[in-house]
Ligand binder design. Structure first.
Ligand SMILES: *Cc1c(COP(=O)(O)O)cnc(C)c1O
Length: 718
């Protein structure tokens, strides 16, 4: 039918031949013992190739590999890693098999526009993508029968440079497929397997790449093939075109092409999960398949709705994905006759009436044609019910059928290796089996203060030294002003209280809130004997002018000599930098304008590494904060309509808590052993409460219970 095959093109000693196989399953990305098989051969090269084992194998000298093949200690670890990998891939008693033995034959298709799996695959832009990546890793760990569908963007997401005057510059760096652990899916004749998607002027063919994420396959679509018109070959080149023409075509390719790809792969999903509205055209393709069999539109819609699941991530109406009707006429005109609909009937499937004209709304399409619908935190569920209540006019708002599953993070991927070693020593060697068991995590209290603090200090030193090295390297590269060397962390202090703020630069995230009173902030940063440093990082969408101006404003203050190098802005925030930051800082700051942060996940990553969250009570933190595991900014209520007043009140709350609670707790309450015991108490409280509750383990068991399993039952009845 079709096949994928791992290429054999590396010169690796026979005894270590599986070093060339491991890279093709991203299992190595969340198993430190696996990637350390490469790093320990040549740590400097491992850094230089950005943790890419395929490039590493191409560049490493045969002599170094031979030496490893002679080293009995290395061979022991190599054998152990591969034995673990094989056992993992063949495991029969997975969580899913034990909990849902009756659902053996089910299959869940998961569609997302972006996947943040590892820094070597820049096919994500931010939180949505990282969530999708974590979803796949955990589905693999739990044995869920899930397959992912997305795009392989040949130009990747942009890399960010900041000019001396603070302006974001976007660099495109085309991916080299031979450097990526993706495998072309081939048809029986050895040619790439393709499916076609109808666009207005012509059909477009897409090929399929397979990426293995543990036990979960991820199929990535790619239109860059010679059969296509040159314009169409660019269609899947980039993530999030600002040009709506390209956007709508891309979404047709994802929704319609994605369904066709799974059919061509002979994969028979029983549940179809749309992660955000970008893939909502899949609902129409499923309906079309049944109309070909003779059902009319309504019958086909009724037959498919029960097995569709839709997750919304967007609490602001303006953030929703929608298209003006002229674009619908231009790009979708081939679709409605195939569904047996007139143009108006088609538009009415997802019509969103607005003051400036009607639009075709992807979330409305997804909401109408799914039976399972959810927001991504409790508060966001409430906001989504209010936002979409007009679709269920005869129901009170609390009965609008949108539930919530709060996001989580993949613990093994995001938690520092040394911290996991502490868990193994003091909490239990089997902690992974109890990942979502809150009672089990009480045992975090068994970790000695000294041991936890030493690991934390180590991780903070590692962060600071890494950032200094990056600053040095950028300076050597050239085109970098000396003040930028300081602005990128050259003067960071491994012993100062360190606050991290890293996320997409969108104005509602209010990166400037902590900078709103610069004089007060400078007094906080520069107090003798208790310095504070703040590290900012984040990209703005290339078309988001206010976001880019916000970076410029932050950079202007970061460059001021008066802050003594204690304010830092890091270029090119990505998964690698995120890992260093969440593992190394003391405090994780988040200041969204409530209720715009649907969930947020970076704060979870920080908390499971012992950092203390200091955040607005929005999204996930509203559920997690218990008065002892971090600090709140502002109060637990919806703000009024006056944004400026809200910003002032939140800034005052922020400064006051920093001055009166956070800094004294860090510096003043130290015992005779010079350990900040009360601070460490809070770190344990954060680890204990956040790790189980905000893990993807808890998240996916809720997806199973509230959304996937009901959809499986609906599918069985149809
Ligand atoms: C976790 C993560 C995000 C999401 O962070 P939020 O808290 O949701 O803003 C964005 N980018 C990267 C690289 C991440 O690792």
């Amino acid at each position: 039918m079709f096949r994928t095959q791992i290429p054999k093109h590396f010169d690796v000693p026979r005894r270590l031949e599986r070093l060339a196989e491991l890279p093709y399953n991203l299992w190595w990305t969340w198993n430190a013992a696996a990637w350390r098989l490469y790093r320990d051969i040549n740590a400097e090269l491992w850094e230089r190739v950005n943790h890419n084992p395929l490039v590493f194998l191409r560049e490493i000298g045969r002599a170094e590999l031979n030496a490893a093949a002679q080293n009995s200690h290395y061979l022991e670890r190599y054998d152990a890693v591969l034995a673990r990998f094989d056992a993992y891939m063949q495991e029969k008693q997975t969580w899913f098999r034990r909990r849902y033995p009756q659902a053996e034959a089910q299959r869940i298709a998961y569609f997302s526009m972006e996947y943040g799996l590892h820094e070597i695959l820049p096919i994500y832009s931010g939180g949505l993508g990282v969530l999708s990546g974590d979803h796949l890793k955990e589905a693999s760990d739990m044995g869920l029968p899930l397959v992912g569908v997305g795009f392989l963007y040949m130009e990747g997401y942009f890399s960010q440079r900041i000019s001396e005057d603070g302006w974001q510059e976007a660099l495109n760096n085309p991916l080299r497929f031979e450097d990526l652990p993706v495998l072309p899916v081939l048809a029986e004749n050895g040619r790439p397997l393709t499916v076609t998607v109808p666009l207005p002027e012509r059909d477009v063919a897409v090929r399929i790449w397979e990426l293995r994420v543990g036990r979960v396959p991820l199929y990535l679509l790619d239109s860059n093939i010679p059969d296509n018109h040159p314009d169409d070959r660019q269609l899947t080149a980039r993530l999030y075109w600002s040009d709506l023409n390209l956007r709508v075509m891309q979404e047709v390719v994802l929704g319609v092409g994605g369904v066709r790809a799974l059919r061509a792969l002979n994969c028979r999903p029983t549940v179809w999960h749309m992660n955000e509205g970008h893939s909502a055209f899949l609902t129409l393709e499923r309906i079309r398949e049944l109309t070909v069999e003779g059902l009319d539109f309504e019958q086909a819609a009724a037959r498919t709705r029960g097995s569709n699941v839709f997750t919304t991530h967007t609490p602001v109406p303006a953030g929703n994905d929608e298209f003006p009707l002229w674009l619908v006429d231009k790009y979708l005109a081939r679709l409605w006759p195939e569904l047996g609909l007139s143009r108006d009937q088609f538009v009415n499937l997802a019509r969103h009436r607005q003051a400036w004209g009607d639009a075709f709304s992807m979330p409305i399409l997804a909401l109408r044609f799914s039976a399972g619908r959810n927001g991504v935190s409790e508060l966001h569920g409430r906001v989504a019910r209010r936002m979409w209540r007009h679709l269920w006019p005869d129901r009170p708002v609390e009965e609008v059928p949108i539930t919530h599953v709060t996001n989580g993070v993949h613990t093994d991927f995001w938690m520092a290796r040394r911290l996991k070693a502490l868990l193994e020593e003091y909490v239990g060697a089997d902690w992974r089996a109890h990942l979502a068991d809150q009672e089990y995590w009480e045992r975090v209290n068994r970790i000695p203060d000294q041991a936890l603090w030493e690991v934390h200090q180590h991780l903070k030193r590692k962060l600071v030294f890494y950032l200094r090295e990056r600053a040095r390297w950028r300076w050597i590269q050239g085109g970098f002003h000396p003040v930028q060397v300081v602005a990128s962390g050259a003067l960071l202090d491994p012993y100062a209280l360190t606050i991290g703020f890293a996320r997409r630069f969108a104005t509602y995230k209010r990166a400037h809130l902590i900078l709103s009173d610069v004089d007060r902030l400078l007094r906080i940063l520069n107090r003798a004997n208790r310095p504070v440093q703040i590290i900012f990082a984040g990209k703005a969408h290339p078309a988001d002018e206010p976001g880019k101006h916000l970076i410029q404003e932050v950079y202007r203050i970061v460059k001021k000599a008066e802050n003594g190098g204690r304010l830092v802005f890091l270029e090119d925030y990505d998964i690698n930098l995120a890992r260093y930051l969440v593992q190394g800082v003391d405090v994780w700051l988040n200041t969204p304008r409530r209720p715009n942060e649907a969930s947020g996940t970076s704060g979870m990553k920080a908390a499971i590494n012992g950092a203390l969250n200091f955040s607005v009570l929005d999204g996930w933190w509203r559920e997690a904060f218990n008065g002892k595991n971090g600090w709140a900014i502002g109060e637990d209520r919806d703000p009024g309509p006056d944004n400026a007043a809200q910003d002032r009140a939140d800034a005052e709350s922020l400064y006051r808590t920093l001055e009166n609670a956070i800094i004294p707790l860090y510096y003043e309450d130290r015992g005779p052993d010079d350990l900040p015991h009360e601070w460490i108490e809070r770190m344990k409280e954060a680890l204990r409460t956040v790790t189980p509750q905000f893990s993807t383990r808890r998240m996916l068991s809720e997806y199973m219970e509230r959304l996937y399993y009901p959809a499986m039952q609906n599918a069985a009845e149809d």
